[in-house]
Design a protein around this ligand. Sequence first.
Ligand code: DGL
Length: 266
Amino acid sequence: MKLGVFDSGLGGLVIAKAIGKALPAHDMVYLGDTLHVPYGSRSLEAVTHYTQRSIDYLFRKADCKLIIMACNTASAIALRNLQQNYLVKNYPDRRILGVVVPTLETALEEGHSRIGLLATERIVRSSIYKTELEKIGRGIKLFQKSAPLLVPAIELNTKEWIRPLLREYIKPLLAQNIECLILGCTHYAFLKNVIQKKVGKGVHVMSQDDIIPGKLVDYLKRHPEIDRHITRRRRNSFLVTDITDSYIRNARSIYKKDIDIKKVVI
Ligand code: DGL
């Protein structure tokens, strides 16, 4: 069986690559729902439906034992329901892990008490980070800012727009004297160095490609009953629901080598 990584499109590849470094022998399947990206500006019904179909594909066709839901928007909207209903009913011995709780845990482990969050409109509106933080970090303050134009600007690689957009989005967060800034969207990992420069040394930029691999290694150590089912043949496969030249170019530039990307119908 395999380890699955799911994202709405491109950004999750940065997380998949980092997971591959931490667990090089584990067989991994990446699925990007590029036909329906961006999830961040879609309706609740659409995100729920597309996420469920993608997850179902990863379990049924790709034989995954465990799936990392790298997409923050899908984690915010569809994860709880999939864990509590779909999994229990269909695959009670398999698991789906999201990225919100591990990210907040890391912020707390680092001792931050004023946390900034930059995320898609859907994530901010869902209040998922606030809800989860209230469970594990009483008294810790969270300041959120949605950045609706950032995903399209990153996808189109329009550098001249990215800097002014970042300035606008980050300004109100810095005004709250945040100590760390969570990049709550897979796409923003591309900008982590630019954002770190913008916010200065006093604010730690927390990107999920730096957080999730370590948390996953730790989870697998604590759950040998899951880990022992994942085969170790050093095989990675990359699946998408729509394929374009720019996706292939971007994927190559993330992996710094050619990777074989297949289009699938989910
Ligand atoms: N993958 C999405 C997330 O992490 C960002 C891109 C999108 O809106 O689909 O929220």
